[in-house]
Design a binder for this molecule. Structure first.
Ligand code: HEM
Length: 546
């Protein structure tokens, strides 16, 4: 017995090398598991991109430009649908046009949810609620989406004619002043930003700003863009690597809180202005006045803030991104050919250009203009990775089961430039792809619709609520600009028209085009002056400052 005790105590004092090795293996295994485990386990039947590392997964490999990296992986590994690890989050990425369409439309009920992220949802959105585009699917989101659908649907467009008229008039009014009859080179984006923002501010608050560089207007645009940066995966590792949230002096959280305070401040200011106008009886018909006056609505106060925030943030970068880049492409020598075709179209349908102006916001019937608007949407995929989705129920993807609660990322940029769908010139800006008759007598007709034209507005149950109004805004502005000027790219600061490189901030949720300048050569100054004068007269009632 004494010998046995002695042996045991000797063993305890000097553990066997086998035991040490087993213990070490166990520790390594636990560390490996802890640093490579994800919210959703590996999905059988969907290939994973090689090279994930512990803790970060593919985050660093993805670099700043996720859409372009995933587009390359699709071609390199010859698989359009694959899985990746964003830190502790597993995501399925879909790339080809047909797979994106099949995932969004064919599985629309399963893909109706959206993921919540620490920085955007936990910090930034904690005061005003989530926008519709970032809300998980629940009863409240359903009600807000329905309200947005009513406010932005085709039948509501008629109510906004005076606003379309006024805002597109203001673009040309100020371009006319600043363009100095083609002598000055100007940057067009600020005018388009005001156009987009004023439209949604008028819808939500009945408020607009007349100056391109108005302080409040620029504050809203600045804060909105900075917040859009905080929604991107490449900027916010803390969303996917939770340990980073606890680092002292977390700069991301501090910046998010600062932006949240600035956004709260202007949203409150806008609502206060509406309250003051209601008191004076000078309020304009708009979403928040209807709610404040307690007109029939099923939405709560927080839901109204969310609705207004969704509409304001839905349009203020997407429309300027698309329209500015489109004007950039039109200003190049190849693009000028399309300007001329569009101008001929305008004159054919509206021999009196003043009619083109008044019809610009009431109908979309010019084939060339429609083709340019569609091509701008496709080619410049301003939301390259769309808005992230999450499965709410299982998706059977060719036999592989994607479980509920899996993040699904739609690579709209890749799908929109898929040569298998759009042909070998998919990487070219070519409005001709949407036109049927394309003859030298310059008459065109549109190709019949084939369903989903491109992926820039998403598709399915959570597709963009603003796509009808967005197309009308692009169309109206283009008719007015093209009928007034020949747009010519600056020789010293020309546009970058590459579908990836046109964007100066690849990490942001919505592209910000690089700066460029154009000259606006008047087509017929007398006609433009006449159009401006009649638009001014028509819109003066609507425009009256309170
Ligand atoms: C060129 C202009 C625009 C582009 C390219 C665009 C793009 C998108 C995209 C890609 C989505 C996500 C779709 C999906 O997940 O399938 C989206 C959602 C949304 N957009 Fe737009 N958008 C534009 C203009 C607008 C405008 C002007 C508004 C409002 C006035 C708006 C309001 C919304 C809303 C509310 C959602 C959220 C829908 C939901 O989650 O249910 N968008 N948009």
């Amino acid at each position: 017995m004494a010998t046995l005790n002695g042996l045991l105590s000797q063993l305890a004092a000097t553990p066997s090398p086998y035991l040490i090795a087993a213990g070490a293996c166990l520790v390594v295994f636990v560390i490996y598991k802890a640093t490579t485990s994800t919210d959703i386990p590996h999905i059988k039947g969907i290939p994973e991109i090689p090279g994930a590392i512990p803790i970060a997964g593919h985050l660093f490999k993805l670099g700043e430009d996720h859409a372009t990296t995933c587009e390359k992986w699709w071609r390199q590994y010859n698989m359009s649908v694959f899985q990746i690890r964003l830190g502790n989050t597993r995501a399925v990425v879909v790339n080809s046009f047909s797979d994106c369409r099949k995932m969004l439309v064919g599985h629309q009920s399963a893909l109706i949810d959206r993921p919540t992220l620490y920085t955007f949802h936990g910090v930034i959105s904690s005061t005003q609620g989530f926008t519709i585009g970032s809300s998980p699917w629940d009863e409240s989101c359903k009600n807000r989406r329905k309200a947005a659908g009513t406010a932005l649907g085709r039948s509501a467009l008629r109510n906004y004619y005076p606003m379309f008229d006024l805002e597109s008039y203001c673009i040309v009014r100020d371009l006319q002043r600043d363009g100095k009859a083609g002598q000055a080179e100007i940057s067009i984006r600020p005018y388009i930003q005001r156009y987009a923002l004023n439209t949604t501010l008028t819808l939500c608050y009945g408020i607009r700003m007349d100056e391109v560089y108005d302080t409040l207007l620029r504050e809203i645009l600045h804060v909105g863009s900075a917040i859009s940066l905080l929604r991107s995966a490449s900027e916010n590792y803390q969303d996917y690597i939770p340990a980073l949230r606890y680092l002292p002096n977390n700069e991301k959280t501090a910046r998010s809180k600062d932006l949240r305070a600035r956004r709260d401040s202007y949203l409150n200011l806008l609502l206060d202005k509406v309250r003051a106008m209601i008191e004076k009886g000078t309020d304009k018909p708009c979403i928040s006045a209807a709610i404040l006056k307690d007109q029939e609505t099923r939405l709560t106060g927080v839901e109204v803030s969310s609705l207004c925030l969704s509409l304001v943030s839905g349009g203020f970068e997407t429309i300027p991104g698309t329209l500015t880049s489109c004007i950039g492409s039109l200003s190049t020598p190849e693009g000028q050919v399309w300007q001329e075709r569009a101008y001929q179209d305008i004159k054919r349908y509206y021999p009196d250009i003043r009619d083109a102006w008044t019809n610009s916001y009431q109908e979309e019937k010019l084939p060339c203009l429609n083709a340019i608007v569609k091509e701008a949407g496709r080619y410049y995929t301003v939301s390259a990775m769309s808005l992230p989705r999450k499965t709410i129920s299982e998706v059977n993807w060719n036999g592989a089961i994607i479980p509920p609660k899996t993040m699904v990322l739609i690579n709209a940029q890749a799908g929109n430039h898929d040569v298998d769908h759009f042909g070998p010139n998919a990487a070219k800006f070519d409005p001709g792809r949407w036109l049927e008759t394309f003859t030298n007598d310059a008459s065109f007709s549109e190709k019949p619709s084939q369903g989903l034209a491109h992926l820039s507005f998403g598709a399915g149950a959570r597709a963009c609520s603003g796509q009808i109004i967005a197309s009308r805004l692009l169309y109206a502005a283009l008719i007015r600009i093209i009928s007034s000027y020949r747009i010519v790219a600056s020789e010293t600061e020309p546009p970058n028209t590459d579908y990836v490189e046109y964007n100066q901030f690849k990490t942001a949720l919505v592209a910000i085009p690089r700066d460029f300048k154009v000259k606006l050569i008047p087509r017929d100054e007398n006609v433009t002056e006449a159009c401006l004068a009649s638009a001014k007269a028509r819109t003066s009632e609507f425009y009256k400052e309170e």
